[in-house]
Design a binder for this molecule. Structure first.
Ligand code: CA
Ligand code: CA
Length: 585
C-alpha cells in the first residue's frame, strides 16, 4: 500500500510535476503517523527498531521456516573508500529508497530496486575526534523530507532526503572534551532526540530534544545529578534536585553517565526511555555513593524533558557496566490482567522487567551463565554485591598505585553490549544477543583532565569458554527461562530481528547472516556476506515480495578493547557494504 504525503514545498508545484511524482509513486515524506505505525506497515522501515517501541518485530511471514532456505541476495552495495571499520547501522527504507549510514559519519541513499547510489554525504570530521569504541554509526532518523543523523564530532545533521544536501546542522557538544554521537536519533512528537557518548572522558551526559524541522533546541536534560535542565530556554529543574547528593565533592561535574545509545518511545504512556553509561571515572573508590543517574534507565516526559522515573541497574558501578541498553515496551498477560511493562538486558548480566508507567521492579534474572560481581537482586531489583569481586582500592596498596586485581564476570563489554535484542509478538520471547566473557580488572589513581581518558582502571578481557563467546538466547520474560540458545565462536555484536514467519535473524562476526526457528532455535539459513555482521537486519515488502537487508563490516569495540578476545578474532576482515535478499519469484 502506497501513501503519498505532500510536503509544504510540493503543494506549490504545478499539476504536471505532481502527476510525475505520483507516477513514480516514490519520494513521499515520512510523517509522524508513519513512524508511530512503523511496526504494522510492512512497506517501509522508518524508525530505528521497526517501531518507536523498538521491538524489532515484523508481521511479514512470506519468508518463513519453510521458505527461508531459498533466500538469496539481489544486490550488495559497497560503502567504498579506505574508511571501512565497524558498520553498526540499521538501514531505513521508504518509497523505493534505502537510507543507511557507514563508518566515519557517512550517509548513503540507495535505489532499493537496483542497489545504485542516489547520493552520499560525508561529514568532514576533524582529525582529533575521540570516539571510544570505533568510528561507527548506528543509523539515521527520518522526518518529513529530512534524513537526520549524529556525527563523531558531536553534531546533529539534517540532510535533504532527495539530494543529500545539508538543511540544518547543530553542534550538540564539544568533541574536544570527548563527546561524540554514534547512535541513531529518536523521533517523538516531531522532535529529534539524541544523547551523547563520552563516558570514558569524564563528560556530562545529556539528552537533547530539538524541533526536527529546523534543529531548534526544545529541551535538554543532563543525566548527572546536580546539572540544570532547560525547556524552551527556561530553567527546567536540576537533575536529581540537588548537586552532589550521591557523589562526593565535585565529581558530579565530570560524572559521565552518557546516554550513548538511542532511546525508544512509548506513545501510550507518553514516555521516552534512555539508558545511561558508567559513572566517571571507572575507579569506584574515588566516588562513594550511588552516583545518580549513571548506569540507569530513565523515563522522560517528551513534552517537558523531566525525568518521570529512573531505575539504576548498577548503583556505584565499579566495572564499567554502562546501563545504556535499549528499553523495549511490551504488554503481557498475568492472571488475565494486562501488564504494561518494559524489558531491558543489561551489560551487568541481568535481564529486567519493569512496570512501564512507574519504573517499579517486577522481576529480574541472569541472562548469562556467569555473574560474580553480584550474588543476585533484592526485592527492588538492586544488586546484592559480592564486594570481593569489586576491583580493590589503590590507596590500600603498598605504593598506592594499583589496587587488588579481581576477575569479574561479565567483562565490561557486557553480558550484552549495544546490539539490540528483539521481541516476538508471536512467541512472547526476547531474543538476546549476548556474550560469555570475564575480565581481570584493577583500579589506579586518576584525575579529570579535559579531553583525556578518565578511567583510573586497567583491564584484560578473557573468554570463559574455548568453543564460544557469543550466545544468541531466547528468553521468556515471564519466567526467566532460557528457551533455547545458539553458541557462536566469536562474540556476537549485531542486532536481532524477529518476524511472524517464526524466524529470528541476526549476523555474526564470522560474516554470516543467519536465520533461526524462533520457537526451537534451529539454524534454518546462513549466508556469507564477506565481512563480519555487527549491524541490525531489517525486513520490508514491496509488490507482494518480502525483503531482508543487513549491513556487513567487522569492527566496533571488540577489536579495540577486547584483550584476549581481540586476539582470538584478529583474523576477521574488515568491510563495508549493505546486502539485500529476497526469495526467488
Ligand atoms: Ca513500517
Ligand atoms: Ca563505558
Amino acid at each position: 500500500m502506497k501513501k503519498l504525503t505532500l510536503s509544504k514545498h510540493s503543494l506549490k508545484l504545478t499539476g504536471l510535476v505532481l502527476a510525475m511524482s505520483m507516477a513514480s509513486s516514490s519520494y513521499a515524506n515520512v510523517t509522524e503517523q508513519d513512524i508511530l505505525n512503523d511496526q504494522i506497515t510492512a512497506g517501509d522501515v522508518v524508525s530505528n527498531g521497526l517501531g518507536p517501541r523498538a521491538q524489532r518485530y515484523s508481521p511479514l511471514d512470506k519468508i518463513n521456516t519453510g521458505t527461508v532456505d531459498e533466500l538469496r541476495p539481489i544486490w550488495s552495495f559497497s560503502f567504498g573508500g579506505e574508511k571501512q571499520r565497524g558498520q553498526e547501522s540499521q538501514p531505513m527504507v521508504k518509497d523505493g529508497v534505502m537510507y543507511v549510514t557507514g563508518s566515519y559519519s557517512r550517509v548513503f541513499a540507495i535505489d532499493l530496486a537496483t542497489g545504485e547510489e542516489l547520493w552520499q554525504y560525508d561529514a568532514r570530521l576533524p582529525d582529533n575526534i575521540m570516539p571510544c569504541c570505533d568510528v561507527i554509526n548506528r543509523g539515521v532518523a527520518l522526518h518529513e523530507d529530512l534524513v537526520i543523523f549524529g556525527t563523531l564530532d558531536a553534531k546533529l545533521v539534517a540532510l535533504d532526503k532527495d539530494t543529500g544536501k545539508v538543511r540544518w546542522k547543530k553542534k550538540i557538544a564539544d568533541y574536544k572534551a570527548g563527546y561524540s554521537i554514534s547512535a541513531a536519533p529518536l523521533m517523538a512528537k516531531g522532535m529529534v532526540l539524541t544523547g551523547v557518548s563520552g563516558g570514558e572522558f569524564g563528560i556530562v551526559g545529556k539528552i537533547e530534544a530539538r524541533d526536527a524541522s529546523n534543529g531548534k533546541l526544545i529541551w535538554v536534560r543532563p543525566t548527572v545529578e546536580g546539572h540544570m535542565g532547560y525547556l524552551n530556554g527556561e530553567e527546567n529543574g536540576i537533575t536529581g534536585g540537588e548537586a552532589g547528593k550521591t557523589w562526593p565533592g565535585d565529581l558530579w561535574k565530570s560524572g559521565g553517565a552518557a546516554p550513548l545509545l538511542g532511546g525508544t518511545y512509548d506513545p501510550k504512556s507518553n514516555l521516552v526511555f534512555f539508558g545511561t553509561g558508567n559513572p566517571a571515572p571507572w575507579n569506584s573508590h574515588l566516588r562513594p555513593g550511588d552516583n545518580l543517574y549513571s548506569s540507569s534507565r530513565l523515563a522522560i516526559n517528551p513534552d517537558t524533558g523531566k525525568i518521570v522515573w529512573h531505575f539504576q541497574t548498577t548503583p556505584h558501578d565499579g566495572w564499567d557496566y554502562d546501563g545504556v541498553n535499549e528499553v523495549i515496551s511490551f504488554d503481557y498477560q498475568d492472571n488475565g490482567k494486562t501488564v504494561e511493562a518494559v524489558a531491558t538486558a543489561d551489560r551487568n548480566g541481568f535481564f529486567y522487567v519493569l512496570d512501564r508507567n512507574d519504573g517499579s521492579f517486577i522481576r529480574g534474572f541472569p541472562f548469562v551463565d556467569k555473574i560474580n560481581w553480584a550474588k543476585g537482586l533484592d526485592e527492588n531489583g538492586r544488586p546484592i554485591y559480592d564486594e570481593v569481586n569489586r576491583p580493590g582500592n589503590p590507596a590500600d596498596s603498598a605504593d598506592g598505585k594499583k589496587g587488588k586485581v579481581v576477575v569479574a564476570a561479565p567483562s565490561f563489554l557486557g553480558g550484552k553490549n549495544w546490539m539490540p535484542m528483539a521481541f516476538s509478538q508471536q512467541t512472547g520471547l526476547f531474543y538476546v544477543p549476548s556474550n560469555e566473557w570475564e575480565m581481570d580488572i584493577w583500579n589506579e589513581p586518576t584525575s579529570y583532565k579535559k579531553g583525556a581518558a578518565y578511567l583510573g582502571a586497567g583491564f584484560t578481557i578473557k573468554p570463559i569458554n574455548e568453543e564460544y563467546i557469543g550466545v544468541l538466547r531466547a528468553m521468556d520474560p515471564k519466567t526467566g527461562e532460557e528457551v533455547w540458545r545458539f553458541e557462536n565462536n566469536a562474540p556476537l555484536w549485531g542486532g536481532v530481528l524477529a518476524t511472524a514467519g517464526n524466524l529470528v535473524f541476526t549476523g555474526n562476526p564470522e560474516g554470516y547472516l543467519m536465520a533461526f526457528n524462533a520457537k526451537t532455535g534451529e539454524l534454518k539459513y546462513r549466508f556469507q556476506t564477506g565481512s563480519g555482521i555487527v549491524g541490525s537486519p531489517i525486513t520490508w515488502e514491496k509488490d507482494g515480495e518480502q525483503y531482508i537487508s543487513v549491513v556487513s563490516g567487522w569492527g566496533g569495540a571488540v577489536p579495540l578493547w577486547g584483550g584476549e578476545v581481540a586476539k582470538r578474532v584478529k583474523h576477521l576482515n574488515q568491510g563495508g557494504s549493505v546486502w539485500t535478499f529476497k526469495l526467488p519469484k
